[in-house]
Design a protein around this ligand. Structure first.
Ligand code: DAH
Length: 340
């Protein structure tokens, strides 16, 4: 091997050793200039090329190229290692900083109440069912003994959908009550029936602190032999005491609903209400299932008797949590919802 080639190999090996020994980025840069710079050792080797005997030039040129590549690769590796190191040795872990909280969600107050209602009735042997928000006129009114011209429809004006029409011929609407759920349950099963049906309801209403186009109800239905008003009263009273405390009082006032006979409205009186300066609060409608409703679902009216009720969940939420404006329940402002 020629002397020149030996020298060039030494340049390469020295360069690699110095790159490995460089202790920081600045030292590395000095090594780069020394070997790969415009006046560096590798460039000097290339410049020597024309002075060599012709037959030696190819091998020497190849060696010079190889030396430049080896040094460049080693430099780049070392540079990357310094950069990674710089990143790692950046700001140190500060164990005194407070931890980052993981925000924990929770059910909406309405959902919390519905869950509790379902639990209480569950202990009393009631199953839970649901029906669609988009209902047909048939389920929402006709099957509940409320035919087209019935005045009871006037106070339950709602939102009608253009299409599709119900194959039975009636309109399609947003349900005004959870009561159509009764029909859907009874169409699917024979007595005895014991079920609660919670859900969202809609009415065309002026929105104010106590009215909304959106609200929630839950329906209760109990069908068996020899069901009486005593069962209705006893079960409702038990339920309200479970939900609102043993000092809760319940009052039944005669009323009218097309799908029950006799019918009542239920008023509540609880320490919570009294502490807010209220006496009785109307909370539910109820009664003994009307024979026409049983006929609509094909139940034998001679054999079966039943009670039904429908309660306002939003009102219960307002009593339980002391909320004075129903709109808060639908605005989903987290500052409000986080309180529950
Ligand atoms: N659906 C009635 C309403 O929204 C409430 C109601 C009354 C439900 C009597 C019933 C019932 O199941 O038996 O005004």
């Amino acid at each position: 091997m020629s002397e020149q080639r030996q020298q060039l190999e030494k340049v390469r090996d020295d360069g690699l050793a110095e790159i490995a020994a460089a202790s920081d980025a600045a030292a590395l840069e000095a090594v780069r200039v020394k070997y790969l710079g415009r006046k560096g050792a590798v460039q000097a080797a290339f410049e020597k090329l024309p002075t060599l005997p012709k037959e030696e030039r190819p091998a020497f040129g190849a060696l010079a190229n190889q030396a430049r590549e080896a040094l460049t690769a080693a430099l780049n590796d070392r540079k990357a290692a310094f950069e990674a190191g710089a990143r790692k040795s950046g700001p140190k872990l500060d164990l005194t900083l407070p931890g980052r909280g993981v925000p924990v969600g929770r059910p909406h107050p309405i959902t919390q109440i519905i869950d509790e209602v379902v639990r209480i009735f569950g202990r009393m042997g009631f199953a839970v069912a649901d029906g669609p928000d988009i209902e047909t006129e048939y389920y929402n009114f006709d099957a509940l003994n409320t035919p087209a011209e019935h005045p009871a429809r006037d106070i339950q004006d709602t939102f009608y959908l253009d299409t599709p029409r119900d194959p039975r011929g009636g309109a399609v609407l947003l349900r005004t009550q959870t009561s159509p759920g009764q029909i859907r349950v009874m169409e699917k099963q024979q007595p005895p029936v014991r079920v609660v049906i919670p859900g969202r309801c809609y009415r065309r209403d002026e929105i104010d602190a106590t009215h909304h186009v959106n609200f929630h109800q839950f329906e209760g239905l109990y069908v068996d032999r020899n069901v009486s008003v005593a069962n209705l009263k006893g079960d409702c009273e038990f339920f309200f005491k479970q939900l609102l405390g043993p000092e809760t009082k319940v009052r039944f006032r005669p009323h009218f609903f097309p799908f029950t006979e006799p019918s009542y409205e239920i008023d509540l009186n609880s320490p919570m209400l009294r502490s807010r300066g209220k006496e009785w609060l109307e909370i539910a409608g109820c009664g003994m299932v009307h024979p026409r409703v049983f006929e609509a679902v094909g139940y034998d009216t001679e054999q079966w008797t039943g009670y039904a009720f429908g309660m306002g969940v939003d009102r219960l939420a307002m009593i339980l949590y002391g909320i004075d404006d129903i709109r808060l329940l639908f605005e989903n402002d987290l500052r409000f919802l986080r309180q529950f």
